[in-house]
Design a protein around this ligand. Sequence first.
Ligand code: NAP
Length: 491
Amino acid sequence: MQASTSNRPRVCVPVCEKDLGALRNGCELATEWADVIELRLDCLTELPEQLPSDFSRPVILTFRPTEQGGHRDSTHAERKAFWTSLAPHIQSAYWDVEADLLAELSLNWPRIIVSHHDFSGVPDDLEQIYERLAATPAAVVKIAVQANDITDCLPVFRLLDRARTEGRELIAIAMGNAGIATRILGPSRGSFLTYGALDDESATAPGQVTARRLRSLYHVDKIDSDTMICGLVGLPVMHSVSPYIHNAAFESEGINGVYLPFEVRDAKEFFRRMVHPRSRELSWNLRGLSVTAPHKQTVMECLDWIDSTAHEIGAVNTVVVDRDRLLGYNTDAAGFIEPLLVRVGSLRDATVAVVGAGGAARAAVYALRQQNAVVTVFARDAEKAKLLGVSCESLEGASFAGYDVVINATPLGSGAYIDQTPVTSEQLNGVRCVYDLIYNPRETRLLREAVAAGCENLGGLEMLISQAKLQFELWTGKKPSMINEAMSNVL
Ligand code: NAP
């Protein structure tokens, strides 16, 4: 590994194991995705007399004390002893040394990464910390801070811009889910490398994405300054399958684009500081956003123009960055209705029961009315149901006999409610088709109830893909193919 000034991304996989056998094993597994392997020697329960030296990738040695985010309660003297006696056995490794030890060691500076970690937040004196570390002869400076909000990515990106203009090698990371953009986009903005976990259970820092996903989902090696950036804004977003849909679509259409999860608490601040071209503090090629709960209404206040469908539904799920303007759309309604029409044909005068009165129900009711269906909302909260402007009934003890279509627009059947169903087979007697908007799991308890009652059934994945295709077209002008195939490998 050469300390180079090129922007070629490098993925480093940390291996943190309790004994040498497991460490060797981990290194072998890491080889598939790593350019560089970080040996987290602070994870070893007992330090051996000698360390192995035959690795199939360049290595970084790390011996981090607990108080700086490591796994070992070692004294200053023990840390010093490690670097002077044990570490030199591994030839030509990079050493990741905390700043407080630098002055006390005799170091081969071209192999030194000098590091600073802050697990509580972004320190006010971040720039000064960088200046102090950059003033040492170390080959690479590493600064990792905790992102408590997505806007905490801004000072980290600023630091990368500064290091690039100063010709200094820097690894800068905002840890935590809110900082994931720095891990995925960092190398394209000059970060010396980015860290990727061996698997979902092995992350050595908060928010660390697996190396496999960095490479095979986000294609981190291909991201450059021309890459079109899109993403999903919501809270939570880390469970979402949208990155699988859109990144597969970019890949299949040969478009230089990447789609990331943006975990956002305060949508207005995110739009002001990072999204709106007239106010943002970040220069990036942001092209579009998907918007999910709880921000579909709030973002409407941040846009320059909203299309009439989104206005009528009262929610925006898609944002397009069009030069210096932000445009808002809603693709949920069209994405919802398309698979249903394919399944049942015309909905004119069809009687349709929508269960739930939240955002998805709102888009469904809008689309169904456009098709001249006769819609009734069944909800536990009558006041909320009334706001949808169609007839409504209580969900408790409801019978759906005589309805052509029953739609589930509640979370019952997914996540914490995975074993639940809003409607049982007895209530579905005589219903033609049951449409569950839940897409994960693909087969919900409601769909099983529908089969038991002899109804046709339709899951939510078709809607998810259908609305995503419309989003993709809004951002790129292209209709994506291959999405269905890509999705069947994921869910
Ligand atoms: P939302 O705005 O939070 O609305 C959820 C609705 O479900 C509310 O009316 C809520 O009632 C009701 N509800 C929640 N728990 C309930 C319970 N235990 N019993 C009865 N009703 C209950 O959520 P959303 O955005 O509309 O999403 C709803 C579902 O649709 C989610 O599972 C989501 O994954 C799915 N969805 C799928 C797609 C797709 O592309 N396939 C797109 C959007 C949404 P209260 O108002 O009384 O709390």
